[in-house]
Design a protein around this ligand. Structure first.
Ligand code: TRP
Ligand code: ZN
Length: 878
């Protein structure tokens, strides 16, 4: 039972627990309609907490949806306890005791996918953040770290594989065809890292020898029909293990490392000690079934979860306000890993794209929060792009300020100092300061303050003194609960370009790129011996998560696109230019006029196609127009229909002007060489498919034939899916061809649930196809599964990203989403709350759309029995 009005909890109220749990010995008896969980806790009072009046404190455990069968203390039945909604209060018999509880739970009826649940007939768990309390009564908080043993008992034929954390130390057979395995995890851990799996699974096995020469067994478990899709994850795992040794000096610490793929999962994956559980979409990949994007996502997520073994498990979080301590740091680690394994330039562009579209939008919306929040109602709502991606940018800035060598000293110190502990963000920053001798005092504001800082930059050139000045002012918009902000310490990497596009020396040492440490509200930086007025290249490599306002003319942007030695800023100039052109067109449409796209943009994109100096991967990125989401994020007022229309018009104009070259590039890159998920090959396929995207944006039938040809001739999923998506989103809408290709795709891949997610989302997100009635029909389709978060994300998430259809002027899209979420909230609150996000951004939209969105938010808000998840989001949104 949830309380009527969920309450916020505050970071400032943190208190250490009254008791510790030294050992946790669990026994799971799994049956088809219920499970019993017996838990024996070795409890000891926290000696650092004073006893107030000579009375021992009461041990207050938390639990959700549990049926308590018995309580014993020190092997004797115990009645001095009180069970209430969400808690079990046990009167402590002394300073140290053993508490045994037996609870009955119903994993088969657990649709929230937190705690112990079933996915495709197998038992699995998800305990982060507060799922363990749905398994047994416990001190379910990350600062209570315990040694766990787990005995799993189940029917042997239905569940031949029984897994938990650590090493399997014993096993046996029982009568009635049941068997058991006992696992022991030698490392202390908080309950959120507990995991259990029972099922009929196959596994692939490999080995890794650590830097100190220990042999580690690696196993990836899936259902039998997916066993041939595990190789890429295994290769990625071994690369990750090696990289963490090379770059951080961190070695794996158990004899076995396991990954299990499950189809029903709320997030990407989970770093449970020694037993990672993954959304199958984040593990499985084969050339025939996975696009390049998925191959890279698998590699990144395998790395992310593996890296958590140090940044998360060996050193965990004191409380959930510190979540970015493990998530921000681990995202920074996996992002650097991916950069080292693939194209560093492209990885940076991808990361910044996510940050600037999703995170900047969050920072500007009603749920804005610092990377270390001060309060929350439901922690599940705080697994956000702010905690993860902005958190990673904050760690990246520390890396930039300290330099690689001192950063490594800092991370060594942090791991050594806090190994086996539950730490805070402050501990991390302190270790970085202590190891480097640098002062990160003002830098800490990044942890306290929400909102995206804006750097307003002006420049001045004095022809007589040959001095050039950059005048940088910083400000940060108000966010909920934070009207006024202190200035941030912002590292701003810059360069200055001369009239030839060459970098000018910026100081006596001749550096052509420098980091300016911006700390005041307003600062002036002076550069001497500058012979002509330069053009500044600001925030190179995106050195800080801020917006830059500098009055670049379109010609300036063209110049940067062509000449900047910093490839990130070349790309950024292309995006700024395209954004400004599209914004101008949208403004004209709003005024009832029509404007053709600025010809300079069309020409510039043509030059990019020819530019020999660009590496293929960056070239491909530069040719991608800013997404509708990114355009919406940057617009002062969002007119969804016009954004879609203007962007299409620009795409069409580029295609028309450069049709010949685009087709030539497409042809030259069309190959049948065997698929490899290697960076160079990915770059070729990406560029080729971008060209096809432009060609099929033309409203003529001819170019569709190219897509059709590629679809049928494809030897890998990347090319086949790109072609499918071109047909669906083509300028010339050939319904017959759409149906034919969708049908063919369905027939080929209907047994692969992850491929079917793509099939669903490409339709739901399509302006041409994704009408509400079509989306409803997708939800009736046999490949749809309303209990699968992946399916819900594909259809509802895909539809909500559909500017044209979701924002239909009759408001039907909003009403539909609200209906779906109210229903879903009763089953899976985490997913309901996440899918609600698009509606919470209502303030950004034009007035009529605002009203229509608000009506639906009000309706949700006034509904009975909301989960804490949806309650928090909806109440903060209106
Ligand atoms: N710690 C996980 C990760 O970042 C996140 C996660 C997985 C999660 N499953 C979850 C968070 C369910 C909340 C709920 O890798
Ligand atoms: Zn993580």
């Amino acid at each position: 039972m949830k309380e009527a009005q969920p309450k916020a909890i505050f970071l400032k109220d943190y208190q250490a627990p009254d008791f510790w749990i030294e050992r946790t010995d669990l026994t799971f008896d799994l049956f088809e309609d219920y499970a019993t969980v017996s838990s024996v806790l070795t409890v000891i009072r926290n000696q650092e907490k004073k006893i107030a009046n000579g009375n021992l404190p009461v041990l207050e455990l938390v639990g959700d949806d549990l049926e308590l069968l018995s309580v014993e203390i020190d092997n004797q039945p115990w009645t001095d306890y009180q069970e209430g909604s969400g808690f079990l209060k046990v009167t402590a018999p002394g300073e140290q005791f053993s508490l045994k509880t037996v609870c009955k739970i119903k994993p088969q009826e657990n649709t929230s996918l937190e705690g112990l649940y079933k996915s495709n007939g197998m038992f699995c768990t998800q305990c982060e953040a507060e799922g363990f309390r749905k398994i047994t009564y416990y001190l379910d908080r990350p600062d209570v770290m315990s040694l766990f043993t787990t005995k799993v008992i189940a029917d042997k034929s239905a569940y031949p594989i029984l897994l938990s954390n650590g090493n399997d130390i014993d096993r046996g057979e029982l009568e009635n065809g049941r068997h058991w395995v006992r696992w022991e995890d030698p490392f202390k851990k908080p309950s959120y890292l507990f995991a259990l799996v029972a099922g009929d699974l196959q596994c692939v096995e490999d080995h890794f020898t650590t830097m100190s020469g220990r042999e580690v067994t690696l196993r990836i478990f899936t259902e039998a029909h997916n066993i041939d899709q595990c190789d890429h994850a295994m290769v990625s795992l071994k690369k990750s293990m090696k990289w963490d040794e090379d770059v951080y000096g961190r070695e794996y610490d158990l004899d076995i490392f396991m990954i299990v793929a499950v189809d029903h999962f709320n997030m990407g994956a989970m770093e449970n000690k020694g037993l990672n559980i993954f959304n199958s979409a984040a593990v499985l990949a084969s050339p025939e079934t996975a696009t390049d994007g998925r191959f890279q996502r698998v590699e990144a997520i395998v790395a992310h979860e593996y890296f958590h073994n140090w940044s998360g498990n060996r050193v965990t979080c004191r409380d959930w306000f510190q979540l970015s301590l493990k998530e921000g740091f681990t995202v920074f680690r996996d992002s650097e890993f991916s950069a080292d394994m693939n194209s560093r330039g492209v990885k940076r562009i991808e990361d910044v794209n996510v940050l600037r579209t999703a995170q900047f939008a969050e920072d500007a919306g009603p749920m804005a929060h610092p990377i270390r929040p001060e309060s929350f109602i439901e922690i599940s709502n705080f697994y956000t792009v702010t905690i993860y991606e902005k958190g990673a940018e904050v760690v990246r800035m520390i890396h930039g300020i300290l330099g690689a060598e001192d950063f490594r000293k800092g991370s060594d110190l942090y791991f050594d100092r806090h190994d086996g502990q539950a730490a805070t963000c402050e501990d991390f920053v302190k270790a970085m300061e202590d190891a480097s001798g640098r002062d990160l005092g003002q830098f800490r504001n990044w942890y306290n303050q929400a909102g995206t800082p804006v750097l307003t930059v002006n420049d001045e050139y004095n022809e007589d003194t040959h001095q050039y000045q950059l005048i940088i002012e910083q400000s940060c918009p108000a966010t909920p609960g934070q009207d006024k902000k202190e200035p941030f310490h912002i590292p701003v990497r810059i360069g200055l370009l001369d009239g030839e596009g060459e970098d000018l020396p910026l100081n006596a040492e001749g550096d052509t790129s420098l980091v300016l440490d911006v700390k005041q509200a307003k600062e002036v930086f002076t550069f001497k011996n500058i012979e002509e007025r330069p053009l500044p290249s600001i925030l190179r490599g995106f050195s800080a998560p801020v917006r830059v306002a500098f009055d670049y003319s379109r010609d300036d942007l063209l110049f940067l696109m062509e000449n900047d030695s910093d490839h990130f800023n070349r790309w950024d100039a292309s995006q700024r230019l395209a954004t400004s052109v599209i914004e101008e067109m949208v403004a004209a449409m709003v005024a009832g006029n029509d404007v053709a796209p600025d010809a300079r943009l069309i020409t510039a994109f043509g030059s990019v196609i020819h530019d020999e100096s660009l590496d293929l991967a960056v070239k491909a990125e530069m040719l991608v127009l800013p997404s509708e989401a990114s355009l919406a994020q940057q617009a002062a007022v969002v007119y969804p229909q016009f954004i879609h229309q203007a962007r299409q018009q620009v795409k069409h104009a580029i295609a028309q002007a450069h049709q010949g070259e685009l087709e030539a590039v497409w042809r030259s890159l069309s190959s049948t060489k065997p698929y490899r998920p290697a960076a160079e090959d990915i770059a070729e396929r990406t560029l080729k498919n971008i060209c096809l995207g432009y060609l099929t944006a033309l409203d003529e039938k001819g170019t569709l034939a190219l897509a059709e040809q590629q679809y049928h001739g494809a030897t890998n999923m990347t090319d086949r899916f790109a072609a499918l998506s071109c047909v669906i989103n083509a300028g010339h809408q050939d319904r017959e061809l759409m149906d034919e290709v969708l049908d063919d795709f369905l027939k080929r891949y209907q047994d692969d649930t992850n491929v079917m997610d793509q099939w669903l989302s490409v339709q739901a997100a399509s302006p041409a196809m994704g009408s509400l009635s079509h989306v409803l029909s997708l939800m009736q389709h046999e490949v749809f599964d309303a209990s699968s978060p992946n399916k819900l994300r594909s259809v509802l998430g895909g539809f909500a990203s559909n500017m044209k259809q979701f924002h239909a002027v009759d408001g039907s899209g909003y009403a539909f989403l609200a209906d779906q979420l109210l229903d879903l909230d009763k089953k899976n609150p985490q997913i309901a709350s996440r899918l609600l996000t698009p509606l919470t951004r209502w303030r950004k939209f034009e007035p009529a759309a605002q009203e229509r969105m608000k009506v639906q938010l009000e309706r949700i808000k006034n509904s009975e029995g909301l989960s804490a998840d949806v309650y928090e989001v909806v109440n903060k949104s209106i």
